[in-house]
Design a protein around this ligand. Structure first.
Ligand SMILES: Nc1nc2c(ncn2[C@@H]2O[C@H](COP(=O)(O)OP(=O)(O)OP(=O)(O)O)[C@@H](O)[C@H]2O)c(=O)[nH]1
Ligand SMILES: [Mg+2]
Length: 241
């Protein structure tokens, strides 16, 4: 398998089947792993049915743990263990359209981490309230400042990692249990000196189901940035580690 999509899910029964079918239709060498935290709506049962139909579909079902952060890490580790050369991180709600995957993969020649970016020319967010768009912008301005990152869209959850990145950022030692894991992974890859590139994409509003985004998780993410900056202040570049 050349590339594996890594999709964390919580209550995505309305989206997951069509999403997986669309991901798999992007190429015969593209598979997917869903990391589900025992969603009460039965997401995992749907994935299990698809897995029996198609060996390119994988399921990691977590019965004890819950959280976007730890789910993403388990998913990355799983994809690396399956030998995927590229790991595509994406949400299950169709805000990250699978049709971008072939184009994104074609852009991997000169980078180790590709960020699907809403905040560079050509990128954007469609179907969203303007306040939500401003939250994206303001949160990114703050995160860019706290972490001193030369990246416009630090909060993007649509990304492709070369497997070397995931093998070199100590995935077994992460702080974030929740969505701040997106920035923690990015910051560690940046400190390690991996080549990071932003490619524009348009985020679509969630197709079906309910968002887990709320004020509390957002404030938690903002606070985590200071902790991340401090914890990794001496995180060494890859050659010296
Ligand atoms: N495994 C797992 N996945 C989760 C958890 N919370 C959220 N997710 C998934 O993480 C992805 C992003 O969550 P969303 O609820 O869309 O949150 P968001 O994208 O930050 O918010 P919106 O912009 O409003 O869509 C989705 O695929 C969710 O199903 C969790 O606790 N465990
Ligand atoms: Mg979403």
């Amino acid at each position: 398998m050349r590339a594996m999509a890594m999709v964390p899910t919580y209550n995505e029964a309305l989206n997951i089947e069509s999403l997986l079918r669309e991901i798999l239709s992007q190429g015969s060498d593209i598979g997917a792993v869903v990391v589900d935290d025992n969603s009460p709506d039965g997401t995992a049962a749907i994935v299990e049915r698809l897995r029996q139909e198609d060996p390119m579909v994988h399921l990691v079902l977590r019965k004890e743990e819950r959280g976007r952060g730890t789910a993403g890490i388990v998913g990355f580790q799983y994809a690396v263990s399956q030998g995927a050369e590229f790991v595509i991180e994406m949400d299950a709600d169709f805000s990250h359209l699978p049709s971008y995957i072939p184009y994104f993969l074609s852009q991997m020649d000169d980078c180790d981490l590709l960020i699907g970016s809403r905040l560079i020319p050509g990128g954007g967010e469609r179907g969203r309230h303007f306040l939500r768009k401003w939250i994206t912008r303001l949160a990114n301005a703050y995160i860019r400042f706290v972490l001193s990152l030369p990246i416009r869209d630090c909060t993007s959850g649509y990304r492709i990692f070369r497997r070397e990145v995931l093998k070199n950022i100590d995935l077994d030692q992460m702080m974030s249990k929740g969505p701040a894991v997106v920035e923690e992974v990015l910051y560690k890859a940046y400190k390690r000196g991996f080549r990071i590139k932003e490619v524009p994409y348009i985020l679509e509003e969630r197709k079906a189901g309910e968002s887990t985004f709320n004020r509390k998780t957002m404030l938690n993410v903002l606070m985590m940035m200071v902790k991340i900056r401090w914890k990794y202040r001496n995180y060494p570049p890859k050659n010296s580690s």
